[in-house]
Design a protein around this ligand. Structure first.
Ligand code: UFG
Length: 320
């Protein structure tokens, strides 16, 4: 299969590229390297430098492709509330450009990076895909709206899709093939790693008065290698002519912020300095996926997502 991976130089994208190459697919990567890294580009891929706002570049890249994986997006929740225009243009207009180029070139399948952020603050901690979407930040809103566009592009242009709602993506390729580290990370685990390796003084833990056993928030951390495998399964699924799907990707298990801190201290043998800070606006106490549908539809299950594997594969990249 010839697959165009839009955003294939980024953190999740590079892991998806590796999984697609391992499955014997022919991979082209389209990326503007705004956050993606050159060091993440595998020598076996055809690299097409380009921006999803450049429709001509997208038209050219679509030639000869059979499917698209679209991961190119802005993803900082806080920034999306301060600069919604950037998210409207990059995420929504950019994705419409990808879909329009697919329509023109006759590319009929897309795997789309969605997010658990579409759910907002659900009433129950374990979320399946029937839980109503109700994003509470503009980032999540863009992902939810794109899912709706996908439904119409299927009806009108015959493009079938799998939208994958990632929970908390963490970890690194265990073979060390993906080396690019995010600049200015905003997510918990990279920040904990930067404290462990001395790049950062301390971690601020946002809230310790949540109704959870240790008072800190619980999340469903899923290894990026498991996420990558789901993309390969979704591409194979779509190529066999099956119906479009929206699927959660998570483990169903939760870890608190303090669980992550303590286990990282043990495994890295480094002290993690932290302070308790006020709650971060819009953080639910507990979020976990039900991934039963992904198992039923794709046969997918998280097999690399135990906490030790997550921490050790990440530490292997951050250790100085
Ligand atoms: N946290 C801290 N201190 C920090 C950073 C995070 O205490 O410096 C806490 C958060 O409050 C939260 C947990 O660590 O309780 C995880 O926070 P992240 O920012 O790593 O992740 P989120 O759960 O907020 O969101 C992530 C992605 C979103 C995605 C969501 C889906 O950043 O894009 O998972 O579940 F939508």
């Amino acid at each position: 299969m010839n697959v165009l991976i839009v955003g294939g130089a980024g953190y999740i994208g590079a892991h998806v590229v590796k999984a697609c190459l391992s499955a014997g697919m022919t991979v082209s990567v389209f990326d503007n390297l705004s956050t993606g890294k050159k060091v993440n580009l595998f020598p076996q891929v055809r690299f097409i430098p380009g921006d999803i706002l450049d429709t001509k570049a997208l038209d050219a890249a679509m030639q000869g492709q059979q499917a698209v994986v679209h991961l190119a997006a802005k993803k900082a929740v806080g920034e999306s509330m301060e600069n919604p225009e950037k998210y409207a243009v990059n995420n929504i207009t950019g994705t419409l450009n990808v879909l329009n180029a697919m329509g023109k070139a006759g590319v009929r399948h897309i795997v789309f990076s969605s997010s658990a952020a579409v759910y907002g603050i659900p009433h129950i901690p374990e979320i399946d895909e029937t839980v109503p979407t109700n994003p509470i930040n503009f980032y999540g809103f863009t992902k939810r709206e794109i899912e709706r566009f996908l439904v119409w592009y299927e009806r009108l242009r015959g493009i079938t899709f799998v939208a994958l709602r990632y929970f908390n993506a963490v970890g690194y390729d265990a073979e060390g093939d993906i080396r690019g580290l995010e600049s200015h990370p905003q997510n918990l685990l990279p920040i904990v790693m930067e404290v462990a390796n001395g790049t950062r003084q301390e971690l601020s833990i946002f809230g310790h008065d949540y109704p959870t056993p240790d008072g800190t928030c619980i999340r469903d951390y899923v290894h990026v290698t498991d996420l990558a495998i789901a993309h390969v399964q979704a591409l194979t699924y779509l190529a066999s002519g099956k119906a479009s799907q929206i699927l959660n990707l998570g483990t169903g298990k939760g870890h608190s912020v303090l669980d992550i801190v303590r286990r990282t201290e043990t495994l890295t043998k480094q002290p993690i300095r932290y302070v308790f800070a006020p709650r971060r606006h819009g953080d639910p106490a507990e979020l976990r996926a039900s991934a039963a549908k992904a198992k039923e539809v794709l046969g997918w299950q998280a097999i690399h997502s135990d906490l030790d594997t997550i921490i050790l594969t990440t530490w292997a990249r951050y250790q100085r």
